[in-house]
Design a protein around this ligand. Sequence first.
Ligand code: GLA
Length: 354
Amino acid sequence: MNAGSITTTTTQAAADAPGRVNLLGEHTDYNDGFVMPVAIVQRTSVRMRRNGTQAFNLHAEELGRAVTFSFDAPPEEHFASYVFGCLALVRGQGAEVPGLDIEVASEVPMGVGLSSSAALEVATLRCLRTLLALPIDDVQIAQLAQRAEIEYAHVRCGIMDQMASSLAATDRALLIDTRSLERRDVPLPAGSAVLVLDSGIARTLAGSGYNQRRGECEEAARLLGVASLRDVQHLQAIEGLPEPMRRRARHVFTENERVLSALGCSGAEEFGRLMNASHASLRDDYEVSTPELDQLVAMLQAQPGVFGARLTGAGFGGACVALCRSDAVKQVADAVLAQYGGAGHSGKQLVPAA
Ligand code: GLA
């Protein structure tokens, strides 16, 4: 892309983008594997207006105040670094980025594994695309958004969240091959609906634990002599790896298989069984669950109206997702939240938005 030659007199623009919940395929994206997220109803919106200066004035409820920064004086606030990263990357692509007043408003729950940061990045880039008439498509938006997160917010994430925010719909899942970025729409199993509950446990270890898992996968791939764990052909190949690499690689291998099985699955029961198996693998092999997430998932799985449930997102706290009978969502949510509350925790319904 070379947007530098485009001149435009548009003075303001607005755009938004959704959060996502991942149904299957956790910790597979940075191993070039398969994921199956769905967009959620909650969105983040961004408005921009040229202000005739070289400065950016960013206001967001999340910040509680306006933050001013420029390309010469980047912001110190972590939240603002996502926006700054998008501005800097677009400028790096050759576009002339003027000073802007930027207003952010978000309904996407933060810090629970529903990709509030990807929604912010994608909404910011969509807004810049409109304002500056940038010739970039939705996949390029996702790629720039991922780079903003890695290079400016310093999280070595995969591309699932940004692809989901940029391309997924709320009424069907999106199978993504994170190596080729090929995609396929996958209808939700007939008669089912998605329920997401927050465990109320903050994802304190998410940053360090996430990067550690990623490093272990890279080490496993190196020991196996493959470019990434996506290239492992048989489970047997993994057996000789030292721990914890063996279990990390086994999770990635079996999780990729589960996503591909979900594609041709017979219905909600089978899809639910794949979700339950995903949780067990994330708990035992990948070790990104917590006692509270295990408890919440077990309570969900025990409900007659639930086909399957698991932690969703990076883990270490945050939310759980369940595939429910579509006529049982409210009843399941009420029963499980009461039970979880009785166990001394404070959960919350996130999807459907209460
Ligand atoms: C976070 C990352 C994603 C993905 C998930 C785990 O959401 O941003 O890239 O790795 O964790 O599946």
